[in-house]
Structure formats: structure tokens, C-alpha cells
Ligand binder design. Structure first.
Ligand SMILES: [Zn+2]
Length: 423
């Protein structure tokens, strides 16, 4: 890159500046009608105050969103050559995010979409349909692995009971897992000085963990302790919510796009939007980037199991079972699809999750509450992970070293790429 070009482009007016501000203000205004919509905002505080005092009616927001979408589409990309790819992604990001915003607005006005229509409109993706027979084949393997009396779900619960982190050791185990995830992440990704997060333990939520990004490179991570927390959740949560997951994603977007370039649209994160598929997909794929299978097994066995006081546990056997259960993740989507499309009721959804997704009753009930609150958002976790994994693996086909994988992963975390851009 030529230094003169860089200076010229920095001085040129940003063709999307006004659009970006209208986008942020619209997201904040929709947040007045939809309590879960604004997941994070760290732009000018007076914009939020303005949205609160205006309380603009939905019909007016619909008009504004349509006008915004038209303006994004007709605004040409800048003609300077440096970072052309990033500018193309930015424009595509704005187009898709605003299209999803319009879909969410129509839902808030009462429009009913099927599960697949909704996930395409909000998250730019549709989860594959899987059959009972596909799940049955995985369940048969679990059945063979978990011998004993009683139903498979009862045997599974009994097996897992030996792997619960005692509540009084939870913070110690979780803090160790966070340190390990951070060490691995900072070996390959240069994080800004001062980044950090706080961990809180909460109850009464439909999710098991949540990252609330505060801006200024800080996050608040909440861990739900309503249900027993099993040993595998320590690394999963530490990677997913923290390093190299949500916390790192938000920190890198803030540094690369907001602070370095002044792209203010990234100071707001509307939850029901395609950005969520990238957020959840990278957070889940990040677990295996930081801890490839064999390394994870050794770390769990030698560090986390003793810290949690798990005696007589067998890390290899535990993760063999958990890997099979993970292959049933699309059964969760299937339950959500059938439930939200009105084919089954809440009780039947719980039964389905017990039978095909290996979720004990209390966990299945919590999951159905999640379906009620977040609907087709569920696809972002497993489909998101699969799409991100395929994308990174394609880019590392000729160089499978950890450094190359981390480099590609960090580039994705620092860019406005959306699901359709992963192709
Ligand atoms: Zn997440």
C-alpha cells in the first residue's frame, strides 16, 4: 500500500458516514419497541437518549428503514483502490443488516414468518433439515457407549453427574479456563492494551452465558447458574464468551473499524441480524481454534479436572460422549422449527429435545424458553460454526499451521463479513 494513497483516502469524505449514523439511530429507535434488539451500543450516549425521548412509532421506523436501504444500495463504493475488499464488505454488511432490520420491524408489526423464512430474513441463512433417522444413528452409538439400566437420557444424566463443577469451585475453574484461552489467543492475536472483562454469576435466564460488550475494549460476561455446570462448559464458555470469542470479536471490530476508520455503524449491534451468525459462529469455532481436540483433552485432564475436584473421571470417555451429543445439535434446530411453526407444543418440544438432542428435562425446558425469547436465533450457533469452519478451512487448505489458521480467524473477526460473504 502506498503511503500517499492512504493519506488521500483518510482525508476523503466517507460516502457512508450519514448512512451509518441513520443506521445506528434506527437500531436504537427499534430498541424502544424490542427489549432484546440492541445487544451492544457504545456510540454517542446522546443518540440513545434521543431515541428514548422520541419513542418513534413503528410505522415511521418502517418508512425510515426502507429509505435507508434504498440509499445504501444506490451509494457507490469509493473509487480509491486501497482496502477495496473491506469497503465492498462494508456496503454488503449495511445492505444485509438493514434488510434484516426491515424484517424484524415487520415481525414487530405482527407479520408471521415460518422458521426458515425468518432465519433467512434475519440471519442470512437457513439451517439444513435433518431426519429422525439421522439423529437415530447417532443415538444408537450413544446407547452403546452408556450401558446400564433405564432410559438413555437417565443413563446420560447419571454418567454426567460425575462431571459437575461444584458451585464453590466454579469461579476458580472458570478463571483458570479464561487465563488459558487468553494465553492461547494472545500468542497469535495482538489485543489492544486495557482490554478485559468482568464475570458475574446470575440466575433466572433462558441462556447459559452472555457477553454484554460495553465498548472501550471491556465486556461484562454473565454465567447462568440455574442448572448444574459440567466441566466441559468451563472452556466452552471461556472461549465462546471471552477469548477468542465474543469479547475478542467486539474488541477487534472496535479497534479496526470504529477507532481506526470511524465506521460508526459498528458501535451498535442489533441482535436479530446477520451479524449474529458471524458472532456465534466464530465464538463456537473459536473453541477448537484455541483448543484442538487432543490438546483440549490433555489440558482438561491435567488442569481443569483436578481444579474442579473431579475424581475418577475419564476425560477421554467424557469427550467421546460429548462429541456424539454435539453431533445432535441440529436436533435442537429441528425442535425449534417444529415448535415455532406450530407443529408441536411446548411439552412436545421438551420431549423431542430429551429424545433427540439428549437434553435432560430441566435443560430442555430452559431451551424452550430460549426458543420463545430468541426464536430462529438458535441456528446461529451450530450452522454459524459450520459455515465459519468451512470458510476458514478453505482459506487454510494449503497451509494448515496454527499460525495461518489464527491469522485467517483474526481477519474474519476484524472485518464486516456476513454469512453470504462466507461463500
Ligand atoms: Zn454467544
Amino acid at each position: 500500500m502506498c503511503a500517499v494513497t492512504t493519506v488521500a483516502s483518510q482525508q476523503a469524505p466517507d460516502p457512508f458516514r450519514e448512512i451509518a449514523e441513520r443506521y445506528v439511530r434506527l437500531v436504537l429507535a427499534i430498541g424502544q419497541h424490542d427489549g432484546d434488539y440492541v445487544d451492544a451500543f457504545y456510540g454517542p450516549p446522546e443518540w440513545r437518549k434521543q431515541a428514548e425521548s422520541d419513542k418513534t412509532a413503528l410505522a415511521e421506523l418502517v418508512t425510515r428503514a426502507a429509505a435507508l436501504e434504498a440509499d445504501v444500495v444506490k451509494t457507490p463504493l469509493p473509487t480509491w483502490k486501497d482496502d477495496a475488499e473491506l469497503w465492498r464488505l462494508r456496503k454488503q454488511y449495511l445492505e444485509r443488516q438493514v434488510a434484516a432490520m426491515r424484517a424484524r420491524l415487520s415481525m414487530l408489526q405482527g407479520q408471521k414468518l415460518t422458521f426458515d423464512q425468518e432465519s433467512r430474513a434475519l440471519y442470512d441463512a437457513v439451517a439444513p433439515h435433518q431426519t429422525d433417522a439421522q439423529f437415530g444413528a447417532i443415538i444408537a452409538k450413544l446407547d452403546a457407549l452408556l450401558p446400564g439400566q433405564g432410559s438413555l437420557i437417565a443413563r446420560y444424566e447419571a454418567f454426567k453427574a460425575g462431571y459437575i463443577i461444584p458451585p464453590d469451585r466454579l469461579d476458580k475453574v472458570f478463571q483458570a479456563a479464561i487465563r488459558a484461552c487468553r494465553d492461547r489467543t494472545t500468542t497469535y492475536i495482538d489485543l489492544p492494551r486495557g482490554e478485559s472483562f468482568t464475570v458475574e454469576y446470575v440466575t433466572g435466564k433462558s441462556w447459559s452465558g452472555y457477553n454484554w460488550y460495553q465498548g472501550g475494549y471491556k465486556s461484562l460476561i454473565q454465567v447462568n447458574t440455574d442448572l448444574p455446570i459440567y466441566i466441559d462448559r468451563a472452556l466452552d464458555l471461556a472461549c465462546h464468551e471471552g477469548y477468542p470469542g465474543h469479547h475478542v470479536y467486539n474488541v477487534l471490530l472496535e479497534r479496526t473499524l470504529v477507532r481506526d476508520r470511524g465506521w460508526i455503524e459498528f458501535t451498535v449491534y442489533p441482535l436479530f441480524s446477520p451479524q449474529s451468525l458471524i458472532a456465534e459462529g466464530t465464538a463456537n469455532y473459536g473453541i477448537e481454534v484455541a483448543f484442538p481436540k487432543e490438546e483440549r483433552l490433555v489440558y482438561e485432564r491435567d488442569v481443569l479436572f483436578p481444579l474442579a475436584g473431579i475424581k475418577g473421571g475419564n476425560a477421554k470417555e467424557y469427550y467421546q460422549v460429548m462429541e456424539l451429543v454435539d453431533q445432535l445439535s441440529y436436533a435442537g434446530n429441528e425442535a425449534a422449527r417444529r415448535y415455532l411453526d406450530g407443529q408441536i407444543n411446548a411439552t412436545q418440544a421438551v420431549e423431542w429435545l430429551e429424545k433427540f438432542a439428549m437434553m435432560p428435562r430441566a435443560r430442555a425446558e430452559q431451551r424452550v424458553k430460549f426458543f420463545d425469547q430468541y426464536r430462529s436465533y438458535v441456528i446461529n450457533y451450530n450452522l454459524g460454526k459450520d459455515l465459519v469452519k468451512t470458510f476458514i478451512e478453505r482459506r487454510t487448505r494449503n497451509d494448515g499451521t496454527p499460525r495461518k489458521k489464527w491469522t485467517e480467524f483474526a481477519a474474519l473477526l476484524s472485518s464486516p463479513r456476513l454469512p453470504s460473504g462466507l461463500k
